[in-house]
Write a protein that binds this ligand. Structure first.
Ligand SMILES: C[S@@+](CC[C@H](N)C(=O)[O-])C[C@H]1O[C@@H](n2cnc3c(N)ncnc32)[C@H](O)[C@@H]1O
Length: 297
């Protein structure tokens, strides 16, 4: 499936890309936001694109055939964006986008192990060089640790039951695949409770967050991004669950209190009904934006 960029129009309304501008896309993914910035900043706007996923970097390289030197690609975790960009001589940007979460190409490829609907290895790494995988957590971490991460990062009320069931199963044989795990979770949770979402949704979210250190990376990436904004330039962040949105909101409030940024979205912008109908994956998205007003961090 092609990745449909979420809140694309709204993002461009905040960023207002212009010719001659230099923009940073910290989550290239399928490249939808980058492409739109390149189009709107024709003929000479520049996009520097980050992604930690090798597949995204392959997609980005294809786009280079069209945009050549207007697109620079960096395979790196965005938590390291500030130092990495400074080393490369990029000091400040006219606009920055972070669209955190998983790409369609990651979710749709069963071999990546993100989906509880398709059978694949329990992996969930965005960056294949990451030594931690979902399989290691599920089979090797202690039962209480498992319960704790499922509760904290999945906000799952049946965390204890799920952790116990995982322990019971893995004592007999190692849990190898996404569908095996999804079945175990289903067995541990009462059917009446899950009419709207699949019972494995929250546990899979928790594992993905831990495997990819998503919340810590987001905190560091946000600080890097704010440092890299020119005065009067804007940062747009799109997130997909409440733990991420809280980090974005708190970070923006903190920098706003220090008079470094001004908050442009008192409440987060959410996708229209029309967008959600066309792209159900957009339904939990929240967009927040700030403008740099001065100060140094
Ligand atoms: C939701 S997708 C972005 C989609 C993109 N905006 C588009 O329009 O196609 C998120 C992307 O961010 C990448 N990503 C997530 N966390 C990251 C991190 N800490 N550092 C670098 N890339 C990250 C993922 O690998 C994924 O490709």
């Amino acid at each position: 499936m092609i990745h449909k960029s979420v809140l694309l129009k709204e993002t461009m309304e905040f960023l207002q890309p212009k010719p001659g501008g230099i923009y940073l896309d910290l989550t290239f993914g399928g490249g939808g936001h980058s492409k739109e910035i390149l189009k709107l900043s024709n003929p000479d706007g520049i996009v520097v694109a980050f992604d930690q996923d090798a597949q995204a970097i392959i997609e980005a390289s294809k786009l280079k055939e069209t945009y050549e030197d207007r697109l620079k690609i960096i395979k790196e975790n965005f938590s390291k964006c500030y130092n990495r960009l400074l080393d490369m001589g990029f000091i400040a940007f006219d606009g920055i986008i972070m669209d955190v979460g998983v790409s369609s190409f990651q979710l749709d490829d069963a071999q990546r192990g993100f989906s509880f609907l398709k059978d694949g290895p329990l992996d969930m790494r965005m960056d294949k060089n990451n030594p931690l995988s979902a399989k290691i957590i599920v089979n090797q971490w202690g039962r209480y640790e498992l319960e704790n991460i499922i509760r904290s990062f999945g906000q799952e009320r049946f965390a204890k039951k799920i952790a116990l069931k995982i322990e019971e199963k893995r004592n007999k044989a190692s849990i190898e695949t996404t569908l095996e795990l999804a079945t175990i979770i289903k067995e541990a949770t009462p059917a009446y409770f899950y009419k709207k979402i699949h019972p494995a949704t929250k546990t899979f979210q928790a594992l993905r967050i831990v495997v990819n250190s998503e919340l810590d990376n987001l905190k560091e990436g946000l600080i890097g991004a704010i440092k890299l904004l020119k005065v009067n330039a804007r940062l747009v962040v799109i997130s997909f669950h409440s733990l991420e949105d809280k980090i974005v909101k708190d970070t923006f409030r903190n920098f706003s209190q220090q008079k470094i940024v001004s908050i442009l979205t008192k409440k987060p912008i959410i996708p229209s009904v029309n967008e959600t109908l066309k792209n159900p994956r957009a339904r939990s998205a929240k967009l927040r934006s700030i403008e740099k007003i001065g100060g140094s961090i």
